[in-house]
Design a protein around this ligand. Structure first.
Ligand SMILES: *Cc1c(COP(=O)(O)O)cnc(C)c1O
Length: 458
């Protein structure tokens, strides 16, 4: 067996074990270190021995999030064609930076970008970048936003930076993800520039609150950040109302749609994000609801000139791609793997109907887990999924909140993996369903694991 054969055998063994292995890893750090040398080997080891040692070291510490019963954070598995394509990408080792360094990387990325816009029902002339994750998608799209709102004030931020620039104001849904704050930090805008916006409905910005905030500094360069799916209850902003209000005031609207933007791919769920196509930029992930392997975020903007102005580089040794798009004109990275290809595979493997069916199936399973668990003694439903995220609280007979203990017991059982959160000051269990391979059998096992945990704890 050569090293690739071993890698394939290990990968197949892992995938075949997903139904029976504990979802949470039970390995100790010691078990994971044991198969590895304690210091850098003085001399190189045989290739097959290296691959076997790393497989043995990783095995006890692998989380089963590629399987059907991982509901803790927003993580999908990898669709078969996306996984296979990802493996080919590693073998091909293309540098998808310019059309000249990898014609295949550049041309296939163009096709992937086109299919992506079609899948998400966004305007076909939008720009896009395939980046490492939604975190860097925020950085990329907000760099384009920063360029555009400062250019409107005659300020060239790429040349002059932010020193002496007009102060940029960021009005953001108060339930924004912490990756938004970090993107603003990395862009030199800082977390203090955020004005959190709320309203009467949980997780949603109300139009009056936005209007009032905009009117406080009508001339300031302004970026508005809205949510397509917050990570607790999947709340989505009313884009059809809010985007025109913000844009009439000269603001750029950015949407965190890490997972929730994919609702637009389903005719049944698109209503939740109605009007989302009116925004100026969007950040989303392939490695969440599209079920590509990790290392797949997407930044999309309505303003390709602002996007490329923020990212474009020139260097004497670069040859540009002529009529083929050079990926690096839109990405913060220089060298990069051909990460658009697994996304292309996922989109082709699903097609429009398969994508909609997968999104809808996840939402149905999330509702079924919620309904099953909410009916258990001691359980109180806190937020029934409107999308694929729900919240439940568990109490003991004496009324004490045992949500964290229930989560720990379910995770220790190995049957499923859940996580907790704080909602309205109360500890709750989060239900998040994103996996292509979650089925109704997984739902039954997960509810049964919660029932067993409650029997032991109440
Ligand atoms: C996961 C998530 C992010 C961050 O995405 P990464 O791909 O982990 O960088 C941002 N926003 C929301 C709502 C998320 O769920």
């Amino acid at each position: 067996m050569d090293a690739l054969d071993i890698a394939f055998a290990e990968a197949r063994r892992y995938l075949a074990s997903l139904d029976t292995r504990p979802v949470a890893s039970r390995g100790t750090p010691g078990e994971m270190r044991a198969p590895l040398p304690t210091h850098l080997p003085e001399h190189g080891l045989p290739t097959t021995e290296v691959v076997r040692a790393i497989a043995a070291a990783a095995e006890p510490g692998l989380t089963g999030n590629a399987g059907g019963r991982f509901f803790a954070w927003v993580k999908g598995g990898a669709l078969p064609a996306a996984l296979a394509t990802d493996i080919m990408c590693s073998a091909w080792d293309q540098n998808a930076v310019l059309a000249s360094t990898s014609p295949a990387g550049a041309v296939l990325e163009e096709v992937a970008g086109r299919f992506l816009l079609e899948a998400l029902r966004l305007p076909s002339d939008c720009s896009y970048a395939f980046v490492t994750g939604c975190q860097m998608a925020h950085v990329t799209a907000l760099a384009a936003a920063r360029h555009a709102v400062l250019a409107r004030h005659g300020w060239d931020v790429e040349a002059k930076g932010l020193q002496g620039a007009p102060v940029v104001r960021v009005l953001a849904n108060a339930h924004h993800h912490s990756s938004v704050t970090r993107a603003l930090r990395l862009l030199g805008l800082g977390s203090d520039c955020v004005v959190p916006l709320g309203g009467n409905r949980p997780g949603r910005v109300s139009p009056d609150v936005l209007r009032t905030a905009l009117a406080l500094a009508p001339d300031a360069p302004t970026i508005v950040i809205l949510n397509a799916g917050d990570l607790n209850i999947g709340a989505c902003d009313d884009f059809a109302t809010l985007c025109p209000i913000a844009q009439a005031a000269g603001a750029w609207v950015h949407v965190d749609g890490a997972f929730g933007l994919w609702a637009n791919a389903s005719p049944r769920l698109a209503l939740l994000v109605a009007g989302v196509e009116r925004a100026d930029s969007w950040a989303t992930d392939g490695h969440k609801w599209l079920n590509t392997p990790y290392d797949c975020g997407m930044a999309i903007t309505r303003d390709p000139r602002a996007h490329s102005a923020a990212m474009r580089m020139t260097a004497a040794y670069l040859t540009t791609g002529g009529d083929v798009r050079d990926p690096m004109d839109f990405t913060p990275e220089w060298s990069r793997r051909a990460r658009a290809l697994p996304a292309l595979a996922a989109l082709m493997e699903l097609g429009r109907d398969g994508l909609a069916a997968m999104i809808e199936r996840c939402c149905d399973h999330a509702a079924a887990i919620y309904d099953g668990m909410a009916a258990l003694p001691g359980a109180t439903g806190v937020a029934r999924p409107t999308m694929n995220q729900g919240l439940i609280q568990f109490n003991a007979h004496d009324g004490s909140n045992i949500s964290d203990a229930v989560i720990a017991a379910i995770n220790a059982s190995g049957e499923a993996f859940m996580s907790g959160g704080t909602w309205d000051g109360q500890r709750v269990m989060r239900i998040s369903v994103c996996g292509w391979n979650t089925n109704s059998g997984d739902v039954v096992r997960t509810v049964a694991a919660a029932a067993a945990a409650l029997r032991g704890l109440r």
